[in-house]
Design a protein around this ligand. Structure first.
Ligand SMILES: Cc1cccc(C(=O)O)c1OC(=O)C1CC1
Ligand SMILES: [Ca+2]
Ligand SMILES: [Zn+2]
Length: 304
């Protein structure tokens, strides 16, 4: 029997129909996407609600991925492909290492697990407990957030603690927005399935979900690695200010350049302001309105 790249289809977490880049071997279909340039592979596994990684390849007998139990696998796979395409088409980056590294995801991790993470080698998604979260791979902004942790790790290397950690979190949220620009919310598609209109975080109104949005309200804490998911509200608000004044197209160029050229593992908020200003100057000129908008965005959150 010949092995071949195939096109399957199925339903995601929100019961949304989509086609899938799959692979057939010996009569079994795999969530294994070989369509990317330079042999970049995207592959999706299931932990079968255990905690060993990567677990087992997600398979199907007829390339029609329609079971409810497959929805998380379908979205993790489809959305990883979308994030790959974004970084390649918008920033000419070939996977998170810019060298065609395989993008591996595992879904159905743990039991009622309200979490998603990049573990240094792959993306991992829980199913949620059905109250706080539904399957976390069901949101494109979440998948983009997780894969951007991998990009950050391979570029700026922002240490995951205190201000550098809050920047690490913010860049993941900001690229989550760039992939899902319909709103300034994070995780809204999978957060509290029983409640509409809420989200895990908001870039436009961080304080709506308990985050500071000005340096005067920076939270000094040792929990959550120094409050990385709390203090990210400050750079997130600066990003919202930037995007709403210069637009997505310019903002994503500036943010990508700052992340890949200027930021370092120990960069703090003030250094991030400088890196974004330098990136704006490099791309649009130091006297440009774009430069001045970035400056105003960070002035407004009290970071100089
Ligand atoms: C849900 C969750 C819990 C803990 C850490 C993360 C993390 O990846 O930092 C996480 O995922 C997110 O924040 C994504 C954006 C919704
Ligand atoms: Ca969103
Ligand atoms: Zn994160």
């Amino acid at each position: 029997v010949t092995d071949a790249a195939t096109t399957g289809s199925g339903y995601g977490v929100l019961d949304d129909y989509k086609t899938l880049n799959t692979y057939s071997s010996n009569g079994t279909y795999y969530l294994y996407d070989v369509t990317k340039p330079m042999n970049g592979v995207i592959e999706t596994f299931t932990a079968r609600n255990g905690s060993s990684l990567p677990g087992y390849y997600s398979t199907d007998s007829n390339n029609s991925w329609t079971a409810y139990s497959q929805a998380a696998d379908v979205d993790a796979h489809a959305y990883a492909g979308k994030v790959y395409d974004y970084y390649k088409n918008t920033h000419n980056r070939n996977s998170f290492d810019n060298n065609g590294a395989t993008i591996r995801s595992t879904v159905h991790y743990g039991s009622n697990y309200n979490n998603a993470f990049w573990n240094g080698s792959q993306m991992v998604y829980g199913d949620g407990d059905g109250s706080t979260f539904t399957s976390l791979s069901g949101a494109l902004d979440v998948v983009a957030h997780e894969l951007t942790h991998a990009v950050t790790e391979r570029t700026a290397g922002l240490q995951y603690q205190y201000q550098s950690g809050a920047l690490n979190e913010s860049f993941s949220d900001v690229f989550g927005y760039f992939l899902d620009p319909g709103d300034y919310l994070m995780g809204e598609d999978v957060y509290t399935p029983g409640i509409s209109g809420d989200a895990l975080r908001s870039l436009s109104n961080p304080s709506k979900y308990g985050q500071p949005e000005h340096m005067n309200n920076y939270v000094n804490t040792s929990s959550d690695n120094g409050g990385v998911h709390t203090n990210s509200g400050i750079p997130n608000k600066a990003a919202y200010n930037t995007i709403s004044s210069i637009g997505k197209a310019k903002a994503e160029k500036i943010y990508y350049r700052a992340l890949t050229v200027y930021l370092t593992p120990t960069s703090n908020f003030s250094y991030a302001r400088a890196a974004l200003l330098q990136s704006a100057a490099d791309l649009y000129g130091s006297g440009s309105s774009t430069y001045n908008s970035v400056k105003a965005a960070w002035d407004a959150v009290g970071v100089y």
